[in-house]
Design a protein around this ligand. Structure first.
Ligand code: ARG
Length: 272
């Protein structure tokens, strides 16, 4: 069983905790191609990462996805916390928050909780995209029922052929049609070799099997897309991936690349 979350502390010890302070300006980057509507209450660990100051209120400020792995701990993508995505340093974001239990970004159900601090994986590489995760600590705790267990290394859920679902509020067409309501798409864990062939090293990134997971639909058509980054890929009730990158969206020859959660578990483990 994955252990609860005392682990962010270990990561916080190696990386400086970034305190959050004041606003700036930016454009949004932005799931789910070939998907279906999902009720947020059915997937309480899926959250939107939002800043109305930076991204405006038309979609509640949503710009990335996240996933609840501890009552006060959310994982998202490291690249979501980067200057390129935010248009400025994360420490200048005064209103960074997560939205939980709210399917429609313009509704007011569920909860909105401020992010108290952000710890970006110090080993994240913006060149390859390896290690694409960040830990968000919330200002107040969510119920235990919102927490999803992370699949540990060796878990059968990582095996190629496993059916998985990705969730998010991202682009539904690849043409900038950002969803207002939460969606999910059914994909399959693919062999590392498929992504190694697709992504041997390009401007988009390089597939690194130790820290990345390859998933998609044979024939394409179902995938995550811009705006889904940081959101969950779930198989057998356990978290196996975070939306990270890909070339285009839903293309058969270019599967989705996810942050491998077993590698996150490993990095968050207190070292002795
Ligand atoms: N980098 C994107 C984001 O920031 C996620 C892209 C995922 N692409 C894919 N084809 N699965 O939202």
């Amino acid at each position: 069983m994955p252990r609860p979350f005392a682990r962010a502390l270990a990561l916080a010890a190696v990386a400086a905790v970034i305190p959050l302070a004041s606003p700036g300006t930016a454009a949004a980057d932005s799931v789910v191609i070939g998907g279906f509507p999902v009720q947020a209450s059915a997937v309480p660990w899926t959250v939107a990462v939002a800043s109305r100051d930076r991204f405006g209120g038309t979609r509640g400020g949503q710009f990335c996805g996240g996933v609840v792995i501890g009552r006060s701990t959310v994982l998202t993508a490291a690249h979501c916390m980067g200057e390129e995505a935010l248009g400025g340093p994360v420490r200048e974001l005064s209103d960074l928050a997560i939205i939980q239990g709210r399917s429609d970004l313009l509704a007011s159900d569920g909860r909105e909780i401020r992010v108290r601090d952000v710890t970006v994986n110090p080993d994240y590489s913006s060149r390859t995209n390896a290690g694409d995760f960040a830990v968000l600590t919330l200002a107040s705790a969510l119920p235990q029922g919102a927490v999803i267990p992370m699949a540990p290394m060796g878990d059968a859920a990582y095996r190629p052929g496993t059916s998985a679902t990705v969730y998010g509020w991202g682009d539904t067409t690849g043409a900038g049609d950002y969803a207002r309501a939460l969606r999910g798409a059914r994909v399959e864990v693919l062999p590392d070799a498929t992504c190694q062939r697709a992504y041997p090293g390009s401007a988009d990134g390089t597939y690194v099997p130790a820290s990345m997971l390859c998933a998609g639909a044979t024939g394409g058509g179902r995938d995550a897309c811009q705006g889904d980054s940081g959101g969950p890929l779930v198989a057998s009730g356990r978290l196996i991936g975070l939306v990270s990158w890909g070339s285009g969206c839903g293309q058969a020859a270019s599967p989705g690349v996810y942050t491998r959660v077993s590698d996150v578990v490993r990095k968050l483990r207190p070292s002795r």
